[in-house]
Design a protein around this ligand. Structure first.
Ligand code: DAH
Length: 340
């Protein structure tokens, strides 16, 4: 038989184990560590089993004392493990609650909801009406050449629109070609027809430039929408019907009147007025596409005919909303813009 062991030695060992266990359990940082401690202390090959194994070397009558002491220790360790686990779980929960705290008294971050600028809304409304009539949107550059802005539109060299007073001319481009800021959206007619053979039905919105002094009704930068329809068999009644339908959808069911006028790129040409609040207001220009324009594009005017129209978006917007000064549309004053 191996060396004997005394009751005192065993109880001292149990005492020491209890103190050590209490310290280790108290220091455990998470549930996994606790589980490891439980296995080390109380498991089959654990420390307590080691001590109990040595109990066989005690005289028989002393064994129950050690057994009792061991049971107390076992319960003690189990309850320490349970308490520590509970502690760890509740402090993890408290941490998480602290991390996820929502301060409902904090001042909110207010991002005011924006909306479209009245000019943009007007453009979109106009495009929508024409989309409903089967038109597609086409766009062109704001920096144009003399050819597209004037010559191709049958605007002769001496035409006053070419005057330094009216047009912003730019330094020549890299290829030496003359450049200017387009004075109207009509060049999109030419560009579109060069790239798309008839039949075409397009609306072309965009920014245009003129050397005008700023006042209540003039701005050197403004917006237009161009309309072009080219097909077989189109005549003035189609122009009249389309323009009237468009204006009545935009302004309401008001009287519309056509007055003979002149534009170099249309023949015949007309100016269109709507009866608005007791007055005739001029709102757009239009006409049948001049055969000279089509010939310049190599399109046979005997086969293809059509109409064009152009309007100023600012004017449509101002009439519709009763705005008295064009400058209000450009100053970004929220007290004004919020009304739309
Ligand atoms: N381009 C003209 C302007 O800016 C407006 C215009 C008139 C366009 C008649 C057209 C048209 O297409 O047929 O004053």
């Amino acid at each position: 038989m191996s060396a004997t062991i005394t009751l005192k030695q065993l109880t001292d060992q149990l005492q020491a184990l209890e103190a050590e266990a209490a310290a280790a359990i108290g220091a455990a940082a998470d549930p996994a560590e606790l589980e490891q401690l439980r296995v080390d202390l109380l498991g089959k090959k654990g420390r307590l089993s080691g001590v109990l194994g040595a109990m066989g070397r005690l005289p028989g009558e002393e064994r129950p004392q050690v057994g009792q002491r061991a049971n107390v220790l076992k319960e003690q360790v189990q309850s320490l493990l349970g308490e520590r686990l509970h502690q760890l779980q509740s402090s993890a929960l408290a941490d998480r609650i602290a991390r996820e705290t929502l301060d409902v008294t904090a001042p909110c971050r207010y991002v005011p909801p924006g909306h479209r600028h009245p000019l943009q809304a007007t453009v979109e409304e106009i495009l929508d009406i024409f989309a409903g009539l089967g038109y597609r949107v086409s766009e062109g550059p704001e920096v144009e050449s003399d050819h597209y802005n004037f010559t191709a539109l049958n605007i002769p060299p001496h035409h006053p629109a070419r005057d330094m007073q009216d047009t912003f001319y730019l330094a020549p481009g890299a290829d030496g070609g003359e450049r200017l800021l387009r004075t109207h959206t009509s060049p999109v007619q030419i560009r579109h027809l060069e790239a798309n053979p008839p039949p075409v039905r397009i609306v072309a919105p965009g920014r245009v430039y003129r050397r005008d002094a700023v006042d209540a009704t003039h701005s050197p930068v403004f917006h237009q929408v161009e309309v072009l329809a080219l097909d077989e068999g189109l005549d003035f009644s189609h122009l009249r019907g389309t323009v009237t339908t468009f204006l009545q959808r935009f302004f309401g069911d008001l009287p519309v009147r056509f007055r003979a006028s002149y534009f170099p790129f249309t023949e015949p040409s007309a100016e269109v007025d709507v009866r608005w609040r007791g007055r005739w207001l001029e709102v757009m220009g239009c006409g049948m596409v001049d055969p000279a324009v089509l010939e310049g594009l190599g399109i046979d005017p005997e086969r293809w005919s059509g109409f064009a129209a152009g309007l100023g978006v600012e004017r449509f917007c101002m009439v519709r909303h009763g705005i008295d000064d064009i400058r209000r549309l450009y100053t970004s004053d929220l007290r004004f813009l919020e009304q739309f």
